[in-house]
Design a protein around this ligand. Structure first.
Ligand code: SF4
Length: 352
């Protein structure tokens, strides 16, 4: 019997769900049931060291070196650097989110907090009104802590801080406030990857889940499309990811398949191979365990100013996505995001 497109997509979706359960069984299952599990920061707080970290982080505002741009402005005195952020955190929204990786979404959603402003300037940014234009409202760290507690109250599985680099001190301080009010969800540090490794070290024992992008593997491409001239993105992101892995290792889930801890790396396939997907896969395979959770994403769209740049002024083709997935498999990467695998099947069928 001929397979209709609708039937096929349904089968792919079901296969994706089944594969998701399979993926969960491939990750390490936590020894402790969720009831007894504690986030890393709870231990640090019990030792009396979380407050020290918050103070240490806040000092970084005084001569800001929160990211590789090292603007060295005093944000506590009202000065602003490249990211246009003061020392008051600005939030666009907080809500359960169901579009993240399945181990983050679970059944009740990932508790996302979208921060305004960004230390990157991706010309293809999908969130440019928030990230570039700073759409959002200033809140106190106490109010940010209340948002975390609200997301926990709503049943979310983690606190997913999106674009956190330039407001890391506020986040650490908010976690300190929130843990004293009962926060017990893992913090998911959802970063574009343009990080200083010493600042990631400061998060050791606070963050349980790291979700970095590794967007570009070539300094010239990142300078053109993501970092507004800075060529050190690949090096900075790679150093940071190695440190993240040192801290949290491979993904650990609870008995529901929900992530509790670990590293999950994202890479967006772009037109004309400008993102360096082959180099990305080789780097992961060479520098991290082959079962590192890797999400090779197909959802590139011509957003913001991307239409001004001829090489990226179109969607990716099925071939471009499939070649990246094939490279990943050939390199032995064994823990690829299940929705990427399902999407690859859809693209493969399109080419038949
Ligand atoms: S966080 Fe902002 S002000 Fe600080 S170094 Fe980075 S871009 Fe500059």
């Amino acid at each position: 019997m001929a397979l209709t497109r609708r039937t096929f997509l349904k089968q792919v979706a079901l296969a994706g769900s089944a594969a998701y359960l399979g993926a969960c069984s491939r990750t390490t299952t936590a020894e402790h049931p969720p009831g007894s599990w504690q986030p890393a920061y709870a231990g640090l707080h019990a030792e009396g060291r979380l407050a020290e970290r918050a103070e240490e982080a806040y000092r970084l505002f005084e001569r800001c070196e929160l990211c590789p741009r090292r603007c060295r402005v005093n944000r506590r005195a009202g000065q602003m650097g490249f990211c246009n952020a003061s020392d008051r955190v600005k939030v666009h929204s907080h809500q359960p989110h169901f579009g993240e990786e399945l181990p983050l979404v679970g059944r009740r959603g990932s508790g996302t907090i979208f921060f305004s402003n960004c230390n990157l300037r991706c010309v293809f940014c999908q969130n440019w009104p928030i990230a570039h234009s700073g759409l959002g409202r200033e809140v106190s760290d106490a109010a940010l802590a209340d948002m975390m507690l609200d997301l926990q109250e709503r049943g979310c599985h983690n606190i997913n801080v999106v674009t956190p680099t330039h407001v890391m001190p506020n986040i650490v301080n908010a976690v300190l406030i929130a843990v004293e009010k009962g926060l017990r969800l893992p913090i998911c540090y959802n970063t574009g990857g343009y990080e200083l490794v010493e600042n990631i070290r400061l998060l050791d024992g606070i963050v349980d889940i790291y979700l970095p992008d590794l967007k570009f593997m070539d300094g010239a491409e990142s300078a053109l499309y993501a970092t507004a001239g800075a060529r050190d993105y690949p090096e900075m992101a790679q150093q940071a990811i190695l440190e993240m892995h040192r801290q949290v290792g491979r993904v650990v889930t609870d008995d529901r398949g929900v992530a509790l801890r670990g590293l999950m790396v994202r890479h967006l396939v772009m037109p004309n191979r400008v993102a360096g997907s082959r180099e990305f896969i080789d780097w992961i395979a060479t520098n991290l365990p082959k079962d590192t959770y890797v999400n090779i994403m197909a959802q590139y769209r011509v957003e913001h100013r991307a239409f001004e740049y001829e090489p990226i002024a179109r969607a990716i083709t099925s071939q471009e996505f499939l070649e990246a997935m094939d490279w990943a498999r050939a390199a032995g990467l064994s823990n690829l995001d299940e929705r990427s695998l399902s999407q690859a099947e859809v693209h493969r069928r399109r080419l038949m």
